[in-house]
Structures are given as C-alpha cells and as structure tokens.
Design a protein around this ligand. Structure first.
Ligand code: HXC
Length: 522
C-alpha cells in the first residue's frame, strides 16, 4: 500500500500534468477555439494513432527575467514535443502552443524543439512540426534568435536524412518561416494559416502597398502563386489526415526502402481506354491524370503542389504496392510546356524521391521549353538545368514512358535514356524529335518557301515537307532504332510494363562519384 508521503508525490505529479496540459490557461484555450483553431495537444492527438503519443519536456519552463517575465511562467513553455505513431510507424512531433505567449519562440522552447529533432535523427524517423507562433519571443532578445538558428541548422542537417514536414496552423512570420522553408513539405490550411517575411504593416511602410494578411501570405497565395506550400487543406482535421496519407508513401529515413502496401489491384490489368486516349490531332489536349489513374494501384495518387505550375504533375502513387514518385507533363495546361516554375517544382520533387529511395516514373508529353523574354529574363536556363541535374544525378530506379511529344532540350530533361533512364518506353503515338514539324520546316525550308509566289503552291509545299518530316520523326521508331527507346509498348499494357520494369530494378545499384556535394544550379 502506498504511503501518504508517496501518495502526495504522485498527486503532485498528476496535478502538474493537468496544469501543463492547460498551456496558457482555459481562457486562452477558449480564445484559440473561438478562432476555429485547435490547441497544440489536440492537434498532436489527431495526427497520431490514438493513445500513441508520448510527451517529453512537459515541465520545462522559460528562464527569462526581462519585462516581469519571472512572474509569468507555464509548464511546457509554449511547445508540445514528443513521439508517437502514424499507422503504426514512429514519428517525432513538435507543436507550438499559441496559448503560451502566442507560441513565441524562447530559448527553452528552441531547446525542446532541437531535442526532439535530434531524437528523430537518432531514431531515423520523420519529424513533423506544427507551427502556430508570433515569432521570436520579444522579451528574450537575441536568445530567441539563437534558438531559431539552432533549429535551422538541424533542419539543414536532417535534410535528406529523415523526412521533414511542416504544418502551418497559425501565424508563421519573419525569419521563423525559414524552418518550414528548409523542410521537405509545407502544408497550410485555408483559414488562420499565413507565412510571410514581413507583415502587412511593414509592407505598407516600405512600399506603400496595401495588402491583407491572406493576400500577402495565405494558403491560396502560397499554393497557387509562390509555390511555397505543397498542400492546402480546408481545415486542420483535413490537413492532419493528409499528413498521415503523405507519411504512408515515404520511408522513415534515407537508409530505408520505400514502404510497400498490400496490393489487391491486378498487376496485369489492361486498360483498353488508353489505346484511344491520345487525340489524333497533336494539338489537342487530354488529361494526363486519366493516364495516371488508369495505371496506378486502385487509381489512387497524392498530388504535390496540385495548384502550382499545373503544366507539370508531381505525385506519389503505388505500383504493385510499392511507393513511387510520378512526374508527368500535363497537356491540359500550357500544352505541358516546361517553364521556370514547372522545372523548379519537378526538380525539387525528383530530388526528394531520390534522397528517400523512391523510384521515379516519368510520363512525357512535352512540346519544349516556353519561349520568350519573360521566361529568359526569369532564368529558364538555370531552372531547366535544375530539372536536368536532378534527373541526371538521381540513382533510384527510373522508368520513362513517352506518351506523345518529346521535343528538343525538353526531351533530354524529362529523364531520357542518356540521363541514366533505366527503362525508356514509348507509346506508338510518341514523337521524339528536335522540334515539331511546323517549326522544323520553317527553319529548314524558309528560303525555299519564301521563293514560291503562288499561295496554293506554297501551302502544298509546306504540307508535303511537314508530312515528310512527320513521317520521319512523328513516331517513336527513329529513337527506337537507335536504342534510345527500349521498347514501343501498347498503351493498354502500360501498368503491367511499368510494374515489371520496377520489379527488375529492385536490385539496381548505381553510385555517383565521391564528392563533398554537388553544385546544382540553384
Ligand atoms: C512575445 C507574444 C509574441 C511575441 C504574441 N505574443 N507574439 N509574446 N513575443 N513575438 C503574445 C501576446 O502578447 C499575447 O499575450 C499572446 O501572445 C497572443 O497574442 P495576440 O496579439 O493577442 O494574438 P492575435 O491577435 O491573434 O495576434 C497574433 C499575432 C500578434 C499577429 C502573431 O501577436 C503579433 O503581431 N505578434 C508579434 C509578431 C512579431 O512581430 N514577431 C516578431 C517577428 S520577428 P497575452 O498575454 O495577451 O495572451 C521574428 C524574428 C525571427 O520572429 C528571426 C528568426 C531568424
């Protein structure tokens, strides 16, 4: 039987836990709820498997004595940290608690975050950060800034070792944005979630521009315009579920193989509709997502940055249960052309997949790079080079299927054979050439065409020359005759051929030359 002394000790512990769980107090919890926001602990509970959360550092308090801070202290000091499971797989978590000094970052808060990040690295598990903070704790001055730097350094060292995911469920402003920005994925909610380097008031005083918080750094802006956010959700609940889904596709760390789910979708499923999906007129669009749906396990895929640079699709899917990254040009948007934004988007995705051993499937229908001063002045040369670099350095299994157009530099960039594509297939509708027929004939026959005075004769001459060019290049066979394409496949067989190719590549081993690190054209 427990002595009275021991009973008192246990009671003290229980009471302290109750106090800690109240964060900044019931009034502030109510205020958080009234804004449509959950508290840090509620968020962690929703994210993790029920009952799996183990909290650490619940009794940590701040050490600040400026501005009367010694009189106001809360157990846990504004951040909830610990570990738990998602679908049975371990993850580490930190969640800023807005009810304590607005979730602002103190020296001790940063120590708690760093501790759980170090733990994630030791354990080799993903780290998920839930951000809801007024930034550096003003009363702590440079201690808070040093704390941020400690976190940033850990974000950098963890990059490519364990997956890092940032959820933005409140303010994330100033230098504080750089922790999420250094992580692999940023997820935002439509309400209450914003990220910017300087807020509306500073913007007004410096540039005179009137802008609201949402217009400056809300979820819509960052998922459509800036590309800073990778996922946007209507609510916190939806975002937490999405995080669980994302985790299901990725390995725990860079030394692990990709997760394999049970597959009840026949691997040799034929999709007759694919034989008809490409329009006979090469200028007509179709939806590349229909192809992805047709070939992936159960038609399921998770798109990354779905609203940004929609001319390229980046998504996770499964083939025979094996997690796979898909990069696909989207003919429905800008004819699937490569531009600055789509090149950057895809390059980052390719690098994530390669860092975490996720095989890559590339579906190609690309008319080339977008021409014009707008793109050139924005550095399309450097951005296009990023994508080429990412594909060329990637050592994971790479399977490419050319659906229709694959022209010029864009053909090379989109995981061609010579950028170490492992299996490069083409549909019979593929056109692999330096450029499209009309552009080519203009270059090759411009003088001859100009010399023809009669309009009908001119049109006939152009028609004949273009037909000759198409006959030679508007097909996959010239490339196949050289072995640049490993096989021309029937579209309805694509799922089976892709799965077989990845099966064959399971034992692939390729290493890059030893170096400190590469110098990707940033
Ligand atoms: C200390 C803070 C705080 C901060 C908020 N609080 N931000 N305490 N340091 N940075 C406190 C408030 O005093 C208040 O305390 C509680 O948190 C809730 O704040 P409210 O203002 O009442 O909430 P709300 O109206 O929702 O406004 C949220 C807000 C606003 C927009 C975030 O609080 C705000 O503008 N805060 C300052 C933001 C800022 O400028 N931070 C510094 C950025 S520079 P009580 O006791 O009333 O509950 C920076 C540099 C980082 O962060 C550099 C890294 C390299």
């Amino acid at each position: 039987m427990m002595t009275i002394e021991n009973q008192k000790k246990v009671k003290k512990l229980v009471d302290m836990r109750v106090t800690a769980r109240l964060g900044g107090g019931q009034k502030r919890i109510d205020s958080q709820h009234s804004k449509g926001k959950y508290t840090a602990r509620e968020r962690v509970e929703m994210l993790l498997d029920t009952g799996s959360f183990e909290e650490m550092d619940m009794f940590v308090t701040h050490r600040c004595t400026n501005f009367g801070m010694e009189k106001e202290s809360y157990l846990g000091d504004g951040v909830v940290v610990g570990f738990g499971t998602v679908e049975g797989r371990m993850v580490c978590v930190f969640a800023q608690d807005f009810t304590v000094f607005g979730g602002s970052l103190s020296e001790t808060m940063s120590q708690k975050i760093c501790k759980v990040m170090d733990l994630a690295m030791k354990m080799g598990v993903p780290i998920i950060g839930i951000n809801d903070s007024g930034g550096a704790r003003i009363q702590e001055g440079s201690n808070a800034l040093a704390g941020y730097s400690e976190i940033f350094e850990r974000n950098i060292l963890a990059s490519g070792v364990v997956p890092q995911i940032s959820l933005i469920f409140g303010p994330c402003a100033g230098g504080a944005v750089y922790s999420p920005a250094l992580t692999d994925f940023i997820m935002m909610t439509e309400q209450n979630s914003y990220m910017f380097i300087t807020g509306p008031k500073v913007v007004k005083s410096v540039t005179g521009e009137d802008v609201s918080v949402d217009e400056l750094g809300g979820a819509n802006v960052h998922s459509r315009k800036s590309g800073v956010a990778h996922f946007k959700s209507a609510s916190e609940e939806e975002c937490l579920l999405l995080t669980r889904k994302l985790i299901s596709f990725i390995p725990q760390n860079n030394m692990e193989n990709v997760p394999v789910a049970e597959c009840n979708d026949p691997i040799n499923r034929l999709e007759d509709a694919l034989n008809e999906i490409v329009p006979s007129n090469p200028n007509l669009p179709y939806d590349m997502k229909d192809i992805i749906r047709s070939i992936a396990d159960n038609g399921d895929f998770l798109e990354v940055q779905p609203l940004y640079a929609q001319n390229i699709i980046c998504c996770f899917a499964r083939f025979n249960g094996i997690s796979t990254g898909i990069i696909a040009n989207q003919p429905k948007f800008l004819a699937g052309v490569l531009d600055c934004d789509s090149s950057r988007k895809a390059a980052r995705f390719v690098r994530f997949c390669d860092a975490f051993n996720i095989p890559i499937l590339t579906l190609v229908d690309v008319p080339g790079f977008l021409p014009g001063t707008g793109q050139e002045y924005s550095g399309i040369i450097t951005h296009g080079a990023k994508l080429m670099f990412a594909y060329g350095e990637a050592t994971v299994p790479k399977v490419t299927v050319t659906i229709r157009k694959s022209y010029g530099g864009a053909h090379i960039v989109m995981s061609c054979k010579q950028l170490r594509g492992d299996f490069n297939y083409a549909w019979p509708s593929a056109e692999i050439a330096v450029m499209g027929a009309s552009g080519a004939i203009e270059v090759l026959e411009g003088k001859n065409i100009a010399a023809i005075a009669n309009a009908d004769e001119k049109a006939q001459y152009i028609f004949d020359k273009e037909a000759e060019y198409k006959d030679k290049f508007a097909n996959p066979y010239q490339a196949a005759s050289r072995g640049y394409i490993d096989d021309v496949i029937e579209p309805r067989n694509t799922r089976f051929r892709v799965i077989r190719a990845f099966q064959a590549l399971q034992t692939k081993k390729v290493t890059n030359p030893l170096k400190k690190h590469d110098n990707i054209p940033l």
